[in-house]
Design a protein around this ligand. Structure first.
Ligand SMILES: Nc1nc2c(ncn2[C@@H]2O[C@H](COP(=O)(O)OP(=O)(O)O)[C@@H](O)[C@H]2O)c(=O)[nH]1
Ligand SMILES: [Mg+2]
Length: 213
């Protein structure tokens, strides 16, 4: 649930990148860190072992100063490995928006499914309303050859009515699009809850950080 400190004119928004191990969650955050204006962004903090497996989480904080408000957005990733469910739950708790990073490789279809089911289950466990939660699904690793076709992805995931994006996070393709999609959805959701525009004149553009590319 969003932290809205009216007196201090401060909003703190939490967005969580979820998904199976090695699907590219950390890579998404690394790219976003690279294209964010250094003036507003914090350091990307990673807690990892042997280079590429997130043990606890990654955190990329940034602050947008608009009008007399400051909007702090914290991007988190969860550890994807099945064994780290308790950590995953803790990181997911109080999320305002979620990006689910699926691995497009044919060999990962089952892992994607299991992780998505795990997300749904953990959302309920930590008291998030999965039905109304701003959620975007990214199919990553589009640069590889043995991947599930886009039509098949859209057909299978179409029923969920979730926005689907395709990416090669390692090259930065689709990362920004996914991020902007979740930010806009999160804004719309929070606007409904808090009347951001009507009561505080904060509009969708105010949620978008300055990006260098
Ligand atoms: N080919 C390819 N590899 C990727 C892509 N995105 C991430 N990777 C690689 O997949 C591995 C796992 O990525 P990482 O971001 O650490 O996954 P995480 O466990 O979800 O955080 C790393 O070796 C990345 O370089 C991509 O779009 N294409
Ligand atoms: Mg990681």
């Amino acid at each position: 649930m969003v932290e809205f400190r009216k007196q201090e004119k401060k909003i703190i928004v939490k967005i969580v990148y979820y998904g199976p191990a090695m699907s590219g969650k950390t890579t998404n955050l690394m790219f976003l860190h690279d294209i964010m204006n250094p003036g507003g962004r914090g350091e990307l903090m990673s807690f990892e072992t042997k280079g590429d497996r997130t043990l606890f989480f990654d955190l990329l904080p940034f602050i947008i100063k608009k009008k007399d408000f400051s909007i702090k957005i914290k991007l988190f990733t969860v550890p994807g490995q099945v064994a780290h469910d308790a950590t995953r739950k803790a990181v997911l708790s109080r999320a305002d928006g979620i990006v689910f990073i699926a691995d497009s490789q044919n060999s990962q279809t089952m892992n994607n499914f299991e992780s998505f089911t795990n997300l749904e289950k953990n959302s309920y466990r930590v008291g998030l309303d999965f039905e109304t939660m701003p959620l975007v699904v990214q199919f990553n690793k589009q640069d590889l050859s043995d991947i599930v076709g886009r039509d098949e992805v859209l057909e299978k995931w179409g029923q969920t009515r979730l926005p689907i994006t395709f990416s090669s996070a390692i090259y930065g393709d689709g990362v920004k699009e996914t991020f902007l999609t979740v930010l806009k959805r999160t804004y719309t959701h929070l606007d409904k809850l808090l009347g951001l525009k009507a009561n505080h004149s904060i509009c969708e553009e105010d949620f978008i950080p300055e990006l260098l590319e």
